[in-house]
Design a protein around this ligand. Sequence first.
Ligand SMILES: NC(=O)C1=CN([C@@H]2O[C@H](COP(=O)(O)OP(=O)(O)OC[C@H]3O[C@@H](n4cnc5c(N)ncnc54)[C@H](O)[C@@H]3O)[C@@H](O)[C@H]2O)[C@@H](O)CC1
Ligand SMILES: [K+]
Length: 500
Amino acid sequence: MCRVLFLFLQCSINFMFYKGHNIVKNQNTDLVLLTPLQMQIVDKAAAKTIPVKQLMENAGWAVTQEILKRYKPCSVLILCGPGNNGGDGYVVARLLAKAGWPVCVGAIGKPKAGSDAEYAARQWCGKTVENLEAYVEKASLVVDAIFGAGLTSNLDCRIADLLRKAKRVIAVDIPSGIDGETGQIKGYAPYAELTVSFFRAKPGHYLLPGREHMGVLVIKDISILTNTIFTIDIKYWLNEPGLWEIPRAEIEDYKYRRGAVSIIGGSQMTGAARLSAHAALNMGAGLVHILPLGNNEIYSNFSACLIVDNDPLEDVIQDKRRKVWVCGPGLSIKEVRRTLPILIAAGKKVIADAGVFQTDQIDMLKGTSIITPHMGEFKRVFGEIIEDKVSAARQAAVKTGAVVVLKGADTLIVAPDGRVAINQHASARLATAGSGDTLTGIIATLLASGMPEWESACAAVWMHGEAGYLCDHSWPNAEMLANNLGKARDNAKIIKKIDN
Ligand SMILES: NC(=O)C1=CN([C@@H]2O[C@H](COP(=O)(O)OP(=O)(O)OC[C@H]3O[C@@H](n4cnc5c(N)ncnc54)[C@H](O)[C@@H]3O)[C@@H](O)[C@H]2O)[C@@H](O)CC1
Ligand SMILES: [K+]
């Protein structure tokens, strides 16, 4: 699924200047994700130049082409809802029947009189069936054109029961029952084999649990103009190269220009800081220091490339070239309390991880640049998720003033100004001890190279995933992940150097 969409995005890569509230230079608009509400605004704007009937025809045509490309003729039941999603379904029915496929329609609700969906329904001259339960079981393929991404309440039980009986489902826009903004399931949603959506994907296509229901996700152009996006305050992006730019090595580089990473090394759990350091070294940091809080010998024997500080933190922070610090991996809460306030007070850019999430003291995190909790750590600090995880991460970013990297299978990178990147470029290969410490080292390296906070975190999360994909077997440990980081960085499409 990931690769199909990624190829599509790569083919139509289109750099534009986005002039909305969140100005992102050279924003790749193909990576924009639209909320259902924003999609409605786009649809309305598009309707000023292209009649909705035509957009619906284009949408139905796009879905039909994807079906014809992937399946051999077979019996198809098209379930059509009352809105425009249903309208698309009627178009698919007509075009598939025209291609000679045995098609029948099951109408779930009636389109509003005079609506575009009603027009599409009237163009359907084939069989419309009543006994849907019987037909849904018999049909080789069921096209779910019941509801789109803007479902307002839970799916009706009868509709849910019907969809449960379908053997193979193709979803128009999104499987019915998935909230297009949050990816949450409203009552029930089928697992589609193929989902065809239009113009731009929605956050719910990539957020779990919704993502698991998409099957192969294809986003089709239906002739809506890209410039309709520029009037919208975009908040969501898919995390792929093009959303950020990675500095490349340049002739005038020297180690501090490339970026210095400093890591607080725990006195007891020494592995975590060493893994962060290993990642930073392999990621291309100009120099990497560990400041040990004890157990200096272990750190000194770790790598010839690593510099181990002998002076106390209070002295070391005076070095203005060492702007970026990692605090948390392998640290006890006592060690965090001893070091984090000093780093923040000195105005260092701090990436806070692991050990810093041992309490619910949000205030302790204020002044950090980036925090990287997994869901368990996030709940410990910020409490249970009340609405959805995006809203919760946004609130956490506002409260702390830090970029929040909420780690998981659909890692969110959330800026205090509300920008959200959703990462799908990762696999279960990353679920291994020390993988988080590796990520922290990658983020620190990019931040030290001069990238802004949110972009550093986005790029690091992508490269962490890429390092996992580059492993030649499915069970890498954190050191193996780090060994692939140089190649992962090359694969992230180097664009230009950002000056410190
Ligand atoms: N507007 C446009 O320009 C285009 C829209 N397209 C299609 O239009 C769809 C969006 O159309 P709509 O906005 O009409 O949305 P839907 O087709 O999802 O239909 C919404 C309708 O369902 C009702 N409804 C919502 N939740 C319900 C629930 N839980 N139980 C019962 N009824 C419920 C609403 O009251 C409304 O009548 C997209 O998914 C896409 O497939 C395409 O045709 C392309 C062009
Ligand atoms: K649908």
